[in-house]
Unconditional design. Structure first.
Ligand SMILES: *[C@@H]1O[C@H](CO)[C@@H](O)[C@H](O)[C@H]1NC(C)=O
Ligand SMILES: *[C@@H]1O[C@H](CO)[C@@H](O)[C@H](O)[C@H]1NC(C)=O
Length: 260
């Protein structure tokens, strides 16, 4: 949907990475009238995030996006990476990868987990259909969100690898963990493996305009390859045969104030 110079390269991904031309690619546009309520989808219960509380996170730059990896630990669905995707247009101009009824959010955070019950590490899981689970968090630029300062203050310093103090990953998630969209998709960057069970939260997480600006400024810093860290979001991919499931029915009463 956005074809400025910063994202032109993605049209050529399939030449080098065949999976990028697959029929279960991400991101997608969630058309809410075409979703299907699945009552078996319970609340998301983040497990094991506190295991990282007293360990620093390794932050490194893969030339495409801010990329955080945590030391390994136990747990069935290990959180191993955080990615931020944003646009260069500023608040209100879009930058999220997933869209809802055609509308993008200002930015989108991905918390990547791999299935550690079946696979020994991320590289083994990333090619398997049941390998990864990614939480997608849509971000809107309004209220200041202290939880995001950890990520934002380090974005501008990314070169190759740096340590950032440990923080509680759960604090980056929305409060409402009950209502989300679920579908089978892919990595949104090459090699685009179709190994991701996506959970896209309905509630957006707020960050302030100032925090959004921090993100945009850091995106203007060139990395070592001379590529600009900006507009790092992929165009919407066709759903093909897929149906997006929801954990909530349309008529469900608002549970925003519920403690999860
Ligand atoms: C991941 O696990 C596979 C299979 O056990 C192993 O061959 C590979 O070396 C591991 N990779 C890393 C990066 O640890
Ligand atoms: C994802 O694919 C698996 C395997 O085909 C299927 O069992 C599951 O229902 C799919 N999930 C969604 C959300 O469509």
């Amino acid at each position: 949907i956005c074809t400025d110079w910063g994202s032109v390269g993605q049209w050529q991904w399939p030449e080098y990475f065949p999976d990028c031309a697959g029929t279960s690619q991400s991101p997608v546009d969630v058309v809410t009238t075409q979703t299907k309520y699945d009552p078996s989808l319970g609340p998301v219960t983040p497990l094991g995030y506190d295991q990282h509380n007293n360990r620093p996170f390794t932050l490194y730059n893969n030339g495409h996006t801010g990329n955080y990896s945590t030391p390994c630990g136990g747990g069935a669905a290990l959180s191993v990476q955080l990615h931020l995707h944003w646009g260069s247009g500023g608040p209100g101009r879009g930058g999220s990868e997933h869209t809802i009824n055609g509308l993008s959010a200002d930015a989108e955070l991905h918390v990547v987990h791999y299935n550690s019950e079946l696979y020994p590490n991320m590289s083994a899981a990333v090619t398997q259909p049941d390998g990864l689970a990614v939480l997608g968090i849509l971000i809107a630029g309004e209220e200041t969100n202290p939880a995001f300062n950890n990520i934002l203050s380090y974005l501008s310093r990314i070169r190759h690898k740096t340590l950032i103090p440990a923080f509680d990953v759960q604090s980056l998630l929305p409060k409402d963990l009950r209502r989300y969209y679920r579908y089978n998709g892919s990595l949104t960057t090459p090699p685009c493996h179709q190994s991701v069970t996506w959970t896209l939260f309905r509630e957006r997480v707020q960050i302030s305009k100032a925090q959004m600006e921090t993100m945009l400024h850091s995106s203007r810093a060139e990395d070592d390859d001379g590529k600009m860290l900006q507009d790092n979001y992929r165009a919407i991919q066709p759903l093909h045969h897929r149906v997006v499931l929801t954990s909530f029915s349309a008529g469900q009463i608002d549970t925003k104030k519920r403690k999860c």
